[in-house]
Design a protein around this ligand. Structure first.
Ligand SMILES: NC(=O)C1=CN([C@@H]2O[C@H](COP(=O)(O)OP(=O)(O)OC[C@H]3O[C@@H](n4cnc5c(N)ncnc54)[C@H](OP(=O)(O)O)[C@@H]3O)[C@@H](O)[C@H]2O)C=CC1
Ligand SMILES: Cc1cn([C@H]2C[C@H](O)[C@@H](COP(=O)(O)OP(=O)(O)O[C@H]3O[C@@H](C)C(=O)[C@@H](O)[C@H]3O)O2)c(=O)[nH]c1=O
Ligand SMILES: [Mg+2]
Length: 280
């Protein structure tokens, strides 16, 4: 199975590149701010399956840059999905917990109504719609709180801040599942194979367990790093950001398990290895 992926430097793309049969397109090969170039790149690179692992992921910056974020996160995936639909190639796309409004405490099910709170979430929601509207075989995998040794993520931010501070304030009331990028790549490859073999796709959730808060993830990170950092747990109201984030990011991952046999990864297992790679 030949797999073409958009993204090369990102967290998920870096992990996808470890799998055999994967060809990656970096920004210089296909810039998502040019959707037609992305469509052309699919035509120019024969493959069995296409996975989009590139996105505009700067959540706060997107608030003042929504036009570009929309092209990258919605128009480009839409163009990719239409080429794939016409060519009969399955298309897999990654989306986010930030499409939900974060109300309640119940894990979000795949068919629950979405209502993004910020620009990033709005553009990702529009991307989901564009992929579905293309009408081809597809899978949309919503995940959350991705971490890995590569690119930018909260675990790396915490380790960087702890170089210069031994006391940090971190929000306690946003709840979700931290997800290792390597587990997402593994899930996508299983799904790609299944869709290639004729299985029906749709929209799915995939997040690490157990649920925690950002403060909980910060504490676990410092424990794994052996760093003595005092984490003060604060409410979201005490940490104002340009983009509002959902309080409830819990994702119900049951349909992914039922249809593909893929179970939520235990993020605590991978954290120690990832932290030591970051520190090395
Ligand atoms: N990070 C997270 O916590 C979460 C991510 N997701 C989703 O998972 C997917 C993968 O995210 P993740 O691996 O964390 O991404 P990263 O933030 O690690 O990397 C983003 C990737 O997208 C590429 N990219 C951004 N803009 C463009 C562009 N205009 N043209 C070409 N490439 C571009 C970047 O390339 P370059 O290096 O050139 O900038 C980089 O490879 C995305 O769809 C994201 O929305 C979902 C939930 C949580
Ligand atoms: C750095 C820092 C952040 N925070 C808060 C801010 C915010 O509410 C929360 C998370 O911070 P970040 O900005 O690192 O995380 P953020 O960029 O919002 O992470 C999101 O990225 C996108 C791409 C996704 O799709 C989401 O699933 C999610 O992973 O932690 C603190 O409380 N203390 C701190 O010292
Ligand atoms: Mg961020």
């Amino acid at each position: 199975m030949k797999v073409l992926i958009f993204g090369s430097t990102g967290q998920v793309a870096t992990e996808l590149k470890r799998h055999s049969g994967v060809t990656s397109l970096a920004r210089k090969d296909a810039d998502l701010s040019d959707p037609a170039a992305c469509a052309a790149a699919i035509a120019a690179h024969p493959s069995d399956v296409v996975i989009n692992a590139a996105a505009y992921t700067a959540v706060d910056k997107a608030e003042e840059d929504e036009a570009l974020a929309h092209i990258v996160n919605a128009d480009a995936p839409g163009a990719m999905a239409r080429v794939c639909a016409a060519a009969g190639r399955p298309f897999l796309h990654v989306s986010t917990d930030y499409v939900f409004d974060g109300s309640g405490e119940t894990p979000w099910r795949v068919d629950d109504p979405i209502a993004p709170l910020g620009a990033y979430g709005r553009t990702k929601a529009a991307g989901e719609d564009a992929v579905r509207a293309a009408g081809g075989t597809h899978a949309i995998l919503r995940t959350s709180w991705v971490f890995s040794p590569h690119s930018a993520n909260f675990v790396k931010t915490m380790l960087r801040l702890s170089e210069t501070s031994d006391a940090l304030k971190v929000v306690r009331d946003q709840m979700g599942g931290p997800t290792p990028a390597g587990s997402i790549a593994d899930a996508l490859m299983v799904m790609a194979r299944a869709l290639h073999d004729g299985q029906t796709g749709g929209t799915y959730h995939f997040a690490g367990a157990p649920v925690t808060s950002w403060a909980g993830l910060a504490r676990a990170t410092f424990a794994a790093a052996g760093r003595d950092v005092a984490v003060t747990e604060i409410p979201t109201s005490a940490y104002p950001t340009p983009a509002q984030r959902p309080l409830n990011s819990r994702l119900d991952c049951s349909t992914l398990e039922a249809e593909f046999g893929i179970t939520p990864p235990d993020w605590e297992t991978d954290l120690a290895q990832i932290v030591s790679e970051i520190l090395a």
